[in-house]
Design a protein around this ligand. Structure first.
Ligand SMILES: Nc1nc2c(ncn2[C@@H]2O[C@H](COP(=O)(O)OP(=O)(O)OP(=O)(O)O)[C@@H](O)[C@H]2O)c(=O)[nH]1
Ligand SMILES: [Mg+2]
Length: 466
């Protein structure tokens, strides 16, 4: 998606739908100020200065006041899009915002497409593609860690690593191409040792970046998780403890929860879509049976299973049934994580971690209490370990997007082929093919070589007004 017409001035509401203290209508393009001056009457008329806010009224063609507003003018290129930008900060009323957008459209603006402001920023060189994507990640971040990764990417931390890497690969390519073009002894050939070392350096940067991708994606996208177990072990109590809120009904009657209840929970910066489920049990009660079916569906869909057991009593036959189901699921898909919560640890402990390991080997077991202060600490740490593994770099570049991960893997494969060509003593042309493919893959990440349909996909996913 290249801008439909880059000379159009675009307009959109930039704040969320619904009521708010303030709602902003944003304009970008060469006519932004002209349209604003036709739609906004300043309280103190005068010359417009960039990066100043002016109080006045949004006024329609007949002179009717739509709303009092603050109008901020940002002259290009010193603006978000790189073009002239005007923001009208009105009262956050859906009626005011709709009428204001309709007015500026009648005055010559075009309604913006989703992501079109950021697309313009990208086309005007204000942001590269990875940074543009980070804008949406900042908007959508659900945990503090997700936000700091998105901010780092927006600030250019990943882009700089990629640019440096592209620079190294380009230098090597230039060197080899010079050899091919002037093979009549003018240029000494690059020794294979040197080429190999350069390729190894680039590959090691790629593998450092890729090592962050799994955890980075978890933090950005989260994953579906489920609390399962037989009735009365404390699943709903644990959900409430995670949320520090009285969200799910808790009673001492087995079979309290009938329906699946899902909430987002932040564990070590990973937004878990955590489902509390009905206790899994064989029952004649028709309603409970439907609940158990839903529990099984949530269990099958989860990437993280928190198997809850009551540590204050020995394993019951119903526990064994649930353990068997979890074990089968884990064996059928190794990418599914399981953590055991040995709950009610505030009571005298009967069931131990060793006892659990004897029936379910290889899963971390955490002592939990839904009622004790800090009763979830061990469970949180266990989840962090199974999901994130080794610590992520606090200030380094982290790969969070699957698209970036795929581009880096492509670059890695291309450089590996180049390395094999060197090792096999193939002509330099073969090495150059690999280097060029790596450059294209890296360019797709930052946008230098992004095809139009890729831009369509990326910016089409943005919200309107961003
Ligand atoms: N002492 C103690 N009691 C707990 C703990 N967690 C839950 N309970 C109690 O155990 C009983 C059952 O708790 P729930 O959270 O409703 O259990 P559940 O697994 O959701 O039960 P179902 O919805 O019936 O499957 C309630 O009386 C809770 O107060 C805990 O950590 N310690
Ligand atoms: Mg329950």
């Amino acid at each position: 998606m290249l801008p439909i017409n880059p000379s159009d001035t675009i307009a959109a509401v930039a704040t969320p739908p619904g009521e708010g203290a303030i709602g902003i209508v944003r304009l970008s393009g060469s006519q932004a100020l002209a349209i604003a001056t036709r739609s906004f009457r300043r309280q103190k008329p005068g010359a417009w200065q960039s990066h100043r806010a002016y109080l006045g009224q949004v006024v329609d063609e007949s002179g009717e006041h739509i709303d009092q507003a603050l109008c901020t003018y940002m002259q290009g290129p010193h603006s978000y899009t790189g073009e002239d930008v005007v923001e009208l900060s009105c009262h956050g009323s859906p009626a005011v915002l709709r009428r204001t957008v309709e007015l500026v459209v009648r005055r010559g603006a075009r309604p913006a497409q989703p992501g079109e402001f950021t697309l313009r920023a990208f086309c005007n060189g204000k942001l590269d593609l990875a940074q543009a994507e980070a804008v949406m990640d900042v908007v959508r971040a659900r945990t503090g860690k997700g936000l700091s990764f998105a901010q780092a990417q927006l600030e250019g931390r990943l882009s700089r690593r990629i640019q440096a890497l592209r620079g190294q690969v380009l230098a090597l390519l230039a060197r080899l191409e010079a050899n091919i073009d002037f093979s009549e002894d003018d240029v000494p050939p690059a020794p294979a040792r040197e080429v190999t070392a350069a390729l190894e350096g680039a590959l090691s940067v790629l593998s450092q970046l890729l090592a962050t991708a799994h955890a980075g994606a978890m933090v950005r996208d989260g994953l579906p998780a489920v609390l399962v177990g037989r009735p009365n072990v404390g699943k709903s109590s644990l959900l409430n403890a995670f949320l520090a809120a009285d969200r799910a009904i808790v009673t001492d009657i087995p079979g309290t929860t009938r329906d699946v209840l899902e909430e987002t929970v932040d564990v070590a910066g990973v937004p878990l879509a955590l489902a509390d489920t009905a206790g899994i049990v064989t029952t004649d009660d028709a309603v409970e049976r439907l609940g158990v079916e839903r529990s099984r569906a949530s269990l099958a869909a989860a990437r993280l299973i928190v198997l809850v057991l009551d540590g204050s009593m020995p394993l019951q036959p119903e526990d064994d049934d649930v353990i068997g189901e979890v074990r089968r699921l884990r064996e059928s898909d190794g990418d599914r994580h399981v953590v055991v919560a040995l709950n009610k640890a505030d009571l005298p402990v009967t069931l131990t971690a060793d006892g659990v390991s004897a029936v379910l080997a290889g899963c971390p077991v955490a002592l939990t209490s839904a009622i004790a202060p800090d009763g979830l600490q061990a469970l949180r740490s266990a989840i962090e370990r199974v999901l994130l593994g080794a610590a992520l770099p606090a200030d380094g570049a982290v790969v969070t997007s699957l698209r970036h991960q795929a581009a880096l893997r492509e670059a890695e494969a291309a450089l590996t082929e180049a390395q094999q060509a060197v090792a096999a003593g193939l002509p330099e042309d073969f090495v150059c093919i690999g280097l060029r493919a790596a450059l294209t893959a890296l360019g797709e990440l930052t946008g230098e070589s992004a095809p139009e349909d890729l831009l369509d996909r990326i910016f089409g996913d943005f919200c309107i007004g961003k």
